[in-house]
Design a protein around this ligand. Structure first.
Ligand code: SF4
Length: 238
């Protein structure tokens, strides 16, 4: 359900920053960006609504290639009828589908929710596991989803890379990468561990509301002095 690398580049509005000349060190770029996000959005968090790890897992699975706002409209009905893994594991695919029908890829997601809930009940006593490999083995859970669960549910340092994180990190010049995996590795290498939990939300929200894929709102952005894309594409026209 997570995007292929080519889809990822298309959806993220990817532009290679390879030819852009550096005017500051990588460390300075990270320091400036993290400082600005910390000052302007100290309480950054996921926009998905959830009350426990099971709800978080289901909401993140539903949010693949779908907006958090849409997921938040649907999950209250789903969780009212099926409040835990045990209940959802017994639900018919048709009824799950009826509830999540307005979400992208409902057929595949209904199937994944059902199979994942069964595994949670059979292998983990209805709980959500915290180990990366255990999460990744759940149907409908890819690398990004597993990392979101580790950060948001268990506070384990990780960097989930979605299309926003991929685009924003490469535009600013925090990374110079062409795959989500390479982006994840670069960000993990350069962001202090204690800031990783927040950093994921900072970058996602920045991509969602300011550094948007089609027309980034550079006039509202405090990162113009450390952004490679701005220096190359916007600053030169001023
Ligand atoms: S200056 Fe523009 S391109 Fe750079 S991070 Fe900000 S919004 Fe994105």
């Amino acid at each position: 359900m997570e995007n292929s690398e080519e889809e990822f580049k298309l959806l993220s509005g990817f532009e290679s920053s390879f030819f852009i000349k550096d005017n500051m060190t990588l460390k300075e770029r990270y320091t400036k960006a993290l400082k600005w996000w910390e000052e302007t959005n100290p309480n950054a968090d996921t926009e998905l609504v959830f009350h426990n790890n099971f709800e978080l897992l289901i909401a993140v699975m539903l949010s693949a290639q779908c907006t958090d706002a849409r997921v938040n409209q649907v999950t209250p009905f789903l969780f009212k009828e099926y409040p835990d893994a045990e209940a959802l594991s017994k639900a018919s695919i048709d009824n799950i589908l009826r509830i999540i029908n307005s979400i992208s890829y409902p057929n595949a997601k209904a199937e994944h929710l059902s199979r994942t809930s069964r595994i949670l009940v059979e292998k983990y006593n209805g709980e959500v596991p915290s180990e990366y490999d255990d999460l990744l083995a759940l149907p409908g859970v890819g690398r990004k989803t597993a990392n979101v669960i580790r950060v948001c549910a268990f506070g384990i340092p990780a960097m989930p890379v979605d299309t926003h994180v991929f685009r924003v990190a490469n535009r600013i010049g925090l990374t110079n990468t062409s795959t989500p995996e390479a982006t994840e590795k670069e960000l993990l290498r350069n962001i202090p561990k204690e800031k990783l939990g927040k950093a994921h939300h900072w970058i996602v929200l920045h991509g969602r509301y300011i550094c948007t894929a089609i027309r980034p709102h550079c006039d509202k952005c405090g990162l113009t002095t450390c952004c490679k894309f701005y220096e190359k594409e916007v600053g030169k026209h001023k």
